[in-house]
Write a protein that binds this ligand. Structure first.
Ligand SMILES: [Zn+2]
Length: 250
């Protein structure tokens, strides 16, 4: 059992972590705008979209902090005109001052657990683990905000999670991604190196770099099969997959 003094210190540590990681939980490029806008940092380019799960974590953090701030305000009969429900940093700093009070509160353990959960979630967003899982390919999802563009984010499969695009956050089954990337019909017999990487990942589970394909060609293990209209080399994916399965290339 944690005693009240420790609980207050624990709450304070979690609040420091929230202050450290709240701004950094946003994707690069959005940070300057949301951290108050550094002079001269304004860009005419629209910021990248913030993935929904990031917004959820930040909104939940604000809601938890606002809830506990309300408990402190009401029970200590304080008036604190500058607190705003959506201002995580202001709420966290306010709660730091009252963390020992919260730690001694009958609901202190709940406060510590909730604030700790938000601190961990924000930390995971701000300091993500190195990427794991298998790259399925480039995201073909269309973004039709102003002009039609293709997302081209990295689509990655991780154990126990839906296959997700790291840029736009779209998720789907392998079949769904596959049909978007390569069309519902049979795959074209000849594909570019980039598409070949996705097909190899889909069919063998091995993630390779397009540079590896060029190495195979230089060593004469894989043949190019012409080029597309942009001059990009094309490859017969069926024979490349067969070579991989036979262990002739790796
Ligand atoms: Zn995408």
């Amino acid at each position: 059992m944690t005693d009240a003094y420790d609980l207050g210190a624990k709450i304070r540590d979690s609040l420091y972590a929230i202050v450290d990681h709240f701004v950094a939980s946003l994707p690069l490029g959005v940070k300057a705008i949301n951290s108050g806008g550094m002079p001269g940092s304004a860009s005419k380019e629209a910021p990248p979209p913030v993935p929904l799960h990031v917004l959820d974590v930040r909104a939940m953090c604000c809601s938890r902090l606002a809830g506990w701030a309300r408990v402190v305000l009401e029970e200590r009969q304080l008036t604190h005109s500058s607190l705003q429900a959506g201002d995580a940093l202001g709420l966290a700093r306010f709660l730091m001052v009252h963390s020992d009070y919260l730690g001694r509160h009958e609901a202190g353990q709940d406060a510590a657990d909730e604030i700790d959960t938000s601190a961990r979630e924000l930390r995971a967003l701000a300091l993500p683990d190195p990427p794991t899982g298998v790259v399925i390919g480039r995201c073909p999802v269309l973004d039709i905000a102003e002009e039609v563009t293709i997302c081209e984010g990295t689509v990655r499969a991780k154990p126990g999670e839906p296959i997700r695009c790291e840029r736009c956050g779209s998720t789907g089954t392998l079949d769904w991604w596959h049909s978007l990337m390569f069309g519902d019909t049979e795959l074209a017999p000849l594909v570019t190196a980039r598409d070949l990487v996705g097909i190899i990942a889909n069919q063998t589970g091995h993630v390779i770099d397009p540079a590896t394909i060029r190495k195979w060609v230089e060593r004469g293990k894989v043949q190019r099969s012409g080029a597309d209209e942009k001059g990009r080399p094309l490859y017969d994916h069926v024979s490349v997959i067969a070579l991989i399965r036979m262990g002739k290339v790796a």
